[in-house]
Design a protein around this ligand. Structure first.
Ligand SMILES: *[C@@H]1O[C@H](CO)[C@@H](O)[C@H](O)[C@H]1NC(C)=O
Ligand SMILES: *[C@@H]1O[C@H](CO)[C@@H](O)[C@H](O)[C@H]1NC(C)=O
Ligand SMILES: *[C@@H]1O[C@H](CO)[C@@H](O)[C@H](O)[C@H]1NC(C)=O
Ligand SMILES: *[C@@H]1O[C@H](CO)[C@@H](O)[C@H](O)[C@H]1NC(C)=O
Ligand SMILES: *[C@@H]1O[C@H](CO)[C@@H](O)[C@H](O)[C@H]1NC(C)=O
Ligand SMILES: *[C@@H]1O[C@H](CO)[C@@H](O)[C@H](O)[C@H]1NC(C)=O
Ligand SMILES: *[C@@H]1O[C@H](CO)[C@@H](O)[C@H](O)[C@H]1NC(C)=O
Ligand SMILES: *[C@@H]1O[C@H](CO)[C@@H](O)[C@H](O)[C@H]1NC(C)=O
Length: 364
């Protein structure tokens, strides 16, 4: 009880300060609404990383995803703030009695992993400019974004569950929507495919630093970071059938691929490539993503990796191979796979580079 009043006062102060500065505050309740969700499907002039689904109901979802992979592939971290009921996501998600929660998974050099979760009563999200700040009430988990998306920080202060630390992100590459850079005029589609599967990529590539104590283990590493947001009005498998997604850094290039099969069977791709922080392409065409080492059937048997081939106006053809190092998630029941691995490649007849990647194959 002694701590409650200062905490409440700080929250009131934060909300008052945010309102004074022109920020907007959304409180996403852990108790899902029984009504309809309002879902944002086209871009405005601000709020790239703002909540897109208000309120969350029994089938809608909105999540803020962060990851880091070290250059030597020894370490990775995947951290997600969810606003969704178990019904809003996919099979195998336990119903924990709240629609707002977060989870972190860290892999260590020996391939083992450390995991932790937090369930909140509400997720308070403040939006200013294009950035957002989020606080999972009563858990000590939060993220802090700058209004211009140049930096982010995730803070976990939960001594009761044995997790304390910080993950920082310094953006190296401008944000983008599925089919356009974030600098494009308002009204850009925020959906990937023919169904309302929303995506906004605030940090396509970042210099990241992890400093966390989890379950008695001190984890310190630096690497390539990434942050995005996905959302939709109804259960994930009703807005997307499957995806291959990933991001990589090789030499001066940052690459993000998102290949999606919509529920009607149509195929879509989002291609993002930057060089030294300048966007070379941010579009919905000109990229092909395929599995290597299998017959390319889905769900995958045991793919050896991926191949990404992208046409870049005025630059040529980018060809990149992705090879697994460590499996982060493998659930054959719902076909959700996540890996870290190495990429190698470059523009045809040009310099080739290699580097780290973190990527997924999901099929519902
Ligand atoms: C949630 O809201 C969306 C509208 O955005 C609607 O399509 C969906 O059916 C609603 N879900 C429930 C469980 O009411
Ligand atoms: C935490 O560490 C203990 C003892 O080493 C282990 O039994 C437990 O599984 C760990 N928990 C997590 C979530 O990693
Ligand atoms: C956060 O938790 C406190 C303590 O339970 C509660 O009084 C407060 O209303 C909560 N705030 C929000 C925004 O849900
Ligand atoms: C997040 O909070 C920090 C202060 O803790 C503030 O500097 C920043 O502008 C806030 N960002 C947003 C997007 O509200
Ligand atoms: C990211 O790190 C690279 C090298 O480690 C450095 O050259 C670059 O300036 C850094 N960028 C930012 C935005 O911190
Ligand atoms: C959001 O980002 C875009 C692209 O950088 C920019 O044009 C727009 O002015 C930003 N909006 C705000 C409110 O900062
Ligand atoms: C971890 O890194 C932070 C800086 O990011 C540093 O302050 C801290 O001392 C480091 N801890 C260890 C155990 O190396
Ligand atoms: C690469 O070089 C070969 C041999 O010089 C040439 O035939 C080919 O057209 C070049 N390809 C591209 C995409 O420039």
């Amino acid at each position: 009880m002694r701590l409650l009043w200062p905490v409440l006062l700080l929250q009131i102060l934060a909300v008052a300060t945010a309102q004074h500065s022109g920020a907007s505050v959304d409180i996403i309740s852990g108790a899902p609404s029984t009504g309809l969700s309002n879902v944002q499907l086209t871009s405005g002039t601000s709020g790239l990383d703002a909540p897109k689904v208000l309120p969350i109901n029994g089938s809608s979802f909105d999540w803020w995803y962060f990851d880091v992979v070290s250059a030597d592939l020894d370490y990775s971290l995947v951290l997600v703030f969810f606003a969704a009921t178990a019904n809003g996501l996919w099979d195998g998600i336990p119903d924990i009695g709240t629609a707002v929660y977060a989870s972190v998974g860290i892999t260590l050099p020996d391939g083992s992993s450390l995991n932790s979760e937090a369930a909140g009563s509400s997720l308070v999200v403040t939006t200013l400019g294009n950035g957002s700040n989020g606080t999972l009430n009563e858990t000590g988990w939060s993220w802090v974004g700058s209004p211009d998306l140049s930096s982010y920080r995730v803070v976990i202060d939960s001594p009761e569950t044995g997790v304390q630390g910080t993950v920082t992100f310094e953006s190296t590459s401008p944000a983008h929507f599925p089919c356009a850079p974030a600098t494009a005029s308002a009204g850009q589609p925020l959906v990937l495919g023919t169904a309302p599967f929303g995506w906004a990529n605030a940090l396509p590539d970042a210099n990241a630093s992890v400093d966390i104590v989890i379950n008695g283990t001190q984890v310190n590493f630096t690497g390539v970071g990434y942050h995005d947001q996905n959302w939709g009005p109804s259960t994930v498998d009703t807005v997307v059938k499957s995806w291959y997604w990933g991001h990589a850094r090789l030499g001066p290039l940052a690459v993000v691929w998102f290949y999606v099969v919509s529920p009607d069977g149509s195929e879509h791709v989002s291609s993002y490539i930057s060089r030294n922080g300048e966007v070379l392409t941010a579009s919905c065409s000109g990229m092909a993503v395929s599995m290597t080492g299998t017959d390319n059937n889905f769900p995958p048997a045991q793919p050896a990796g991926f191949h990404i081939s992208a046409r870049v106006e005025g630059e040529g053809q980018l060809e990149v191979d992705v090879m697994h190092k460590t499996v982060l998630t493998a659930d054959p029941d719902v076909a959700t796979y996540r890996w870290i691995g190495s990429v190698s490649g470059g523009f045809v007849n040009g310099t080739t580079w290699s580097g780290p990647a973190l990527y997924e194959a999901f099929a519902f």
